[in-house]
Write a protein that binds this ligand. Structure first.
Ligand SMILES: O=CC(=O)O
Length: 327
């Protein structure tokens, strides 16, 4: 394709747009597309590749109608795309893995620290003029050093979180389909232990979620799991909101079934469950896992490069479903 057209649902940070403009025509809608508009525009026959965001949902209806040859998702996660349907319809899907691992692990650690040490509450306390000087029992929090961290899922971001947590003197266990042999653990060899999910839930001081969203992980953390956690434990979620039943979480936080939660993602983003924002024992961030200037720029470069390769009929570097590719 000598002069392809890219549909960019939301402009990418630099240098993404420059790369796309240098490679072809770029169409950017003047507002956020509804589901119907996304389907219409993807099936108009006017675009070769869509550069998409997590908020753009590609379901069977959209993909069956689509005339584009590829979707370049500006994210490592791709639960906004029905990948099986995309494969079925010969549409390649790409993501931006690797580059946001450290930033997201930093954010998981930040949520652990901020929630345990009541950072948001303390900041609001000071700003409201209530700080009258040091007090022995002012805003006491929980210890990090010596606490146990349970990682649910053990991919790149979980491992990077483990490295950080070990640096803070935490003990770290993970649950995954099977224990990872020491030889495959790199710097974590001998320093982290595998545990069954139920045990991890029952015994962790901090339970941090690092699983992709799919049918198996939807509402993995439900009322029963929250009830099984220690009343002194904290739930941390930098993965995907629907992994947690958010209403059950609000009830558990309200009833003191767990001590607190640090969340970057929500079940129905951008909405949060009723009552969640009223709870002082939460740290609530607006989906910022990869939000550093350099990471977002690197993601943009990767996302644009994937889109350009697909438009040129070349296999991109980060395909999610390479089997869909018909060169
Ligand atoms: O949540 C963000 C991502 O998947 O990149």
């Amino acid at each position: 394709m000598s002069h392809p057209t890219f549909l960019v649902t939301t402009p990418l940070p630099d240098p993404g747009m420059q790369m796309l403009r240098a490679a072809g025509d770029v169409v950017v809608p003047d507002r956020e597309l509804t589901a119907e508009e996304l389907t219409a525009v993807c099936s108009s026959g006017s675009h070769d590749v869509v550069v998409a965001q997590l908020i753009n949902i590609f379901d069977e209806t959209t993909l069956a109608a689509a005339t584009v040859r590829g979707i370049s998702n500006y994210a490592v996660g791709y639960d906004n795309v029905d990948v099986a349907a995309a494969t079925n319809h010969g549409i390649l899907v790409c993501n931006t893995p690797g580059v946001l691992t450290a930033a997201t692990a930093d954010l998981a650690m930040l949520l652990i620290l901020a929630t345990a040490r009541r950072c948001v509450e303390a900041d609001a306390y000071l700003r409201s003029g209530r700080f009258r000087g040091w007090r022995p029992e002012l805003l006491l929090g929980a210890d990090i050093t010596g606490a146990s961290l349970g990682l649910v899922g053990f991919g790149r971001i979980a491992r990077a979180t483990a490295e950080r947590a070990l640096g803070f003197g935490m003990t770290v266990r993970y649950t995954a389909r099977r224990a990872v042999p020491d030889d495959d653990l790199g710097p974590l060899a001998g320093r982290v232990q595998h545990a069954e999910f139920d045990e991890l839930v029952r015994t962790s001081d901090f339970l941090s979620l690092h699983v992709p969203l799919n049918a198996d992980t939807h509402h993995l953390i439900d009322a029963d799991v929250l009830r099984a956690m220690k009343p002194t434990a904290y739930l941390i979620n930098t993965a995907r909101g629907p992994v947690v039943n958010e209403q059950a979480l609000v009830a558990a936080l309200r009833d003191g079934q767990i001590a607190g939660a640090g969340l970057d993602v929500y079940e129905h983003e951008p909405d949060v469950a009723d009552g969640l924002a009223d709870l002082a024992n939460t740290t609530l961030l607006p989906h910022l896992g990869s939000a550093t200037r350099s990471v977002r720029a690197t993601m943009a470069r990767r996302c644009a490069a994937n889109a350009i390769a697909m438009a040129r009929g070349e296999m991109p570097e980060h395909p999610v479903n390479p089997e869909a590719w018909r060169a």
